[in-house]
Design a binder for this molecule. Sequence first.
Ligand SMILES: Nc1ncnc2c1ncn2[C@@H]1O[C@H](COP(=O)(O)OP(=O)(O)O)[C@@H](O)[C@H]1O
Ligand SMILES: [Mg+2]
Length: 230
Amino acid sequence: MLSVKNIHQYYGGSHILRDVSLEARLGKVTVLLGRNGVGKTTLLKSLMGLVPIKSGSIELDGKPIHKATPYERARAGIGFVPQGREIFSRLTVEENLRMGLAYKSAGTPIPAELFELFPVLRQMINRRGGDLSGGQQQQLAIARALAPRPKLLILDEPTEGIQPSIIKDIGRVIRMLADRGDMAIILCEQYYDFAQELADDYLVMERGEVIARGLGKDMEAQGVRQLVAI
Ligand SMILES: Nc1ncnc2c1ncn2[C@@H]1O[C@H](COP(=O)(O)OP(=O)(O)O)[C@@H](O)[C@H]1O
Ligand SMILES: [Mg+2]
């Protein structure tokens, strides 16, 4: 679904992403691991077009997208759940979900399925985003990204600062979405156990480079836990 080849990215003079390549397969969860500051968020933002890359290529479904704007990439089928959630705190849950449909034709309904995945959002539909708990906001951010039915869903540290019961719910939703087979998922995580449970494929980054990769089932044997231990 997604094929990234040899990308390099700089913030000013600092070389942040160094020759990063990755594939995200349809129906699979690709987990991206690495300690703080290694470039995970920068990589995900560059996939979404939120930071420019200097060289390399990004293909979605066989089509190059690395010159496309974030808006065009969203239209092409990428859903992005940013680190820290970035929901609109003054808007209601319903309005936040509508923002996820902003580039669809006017009047596109909010898919009812989102409320089956996250029933709490139905109860909270008229509440402001800012009045939700951190976990509920994360569920809202995921639902907002799912609203236009993306082919590729990118999640940047969805468990950060969230209570365990909601982490479990989010994990179940991620697995279920992948198992339906019509979406590729890239999950960036620092919470190793959560990442390992969901990983079909994994990548480990260090200082802007991919230093290890493989199948999720081999993560433990290949010592990934130690590689990312703080
Ligand atoms: N907007 C920015 N301008 C300059 N440097 C940045 C910016 N954002 C991140 N960085 C730097 O890029 C590196 C990678 O950051 P980031 O991608 O956020 O890492 P991670 O998500 O793995 O914690 C860090 O050294 C960070 O300080
Ligand atoms: Mg980050």
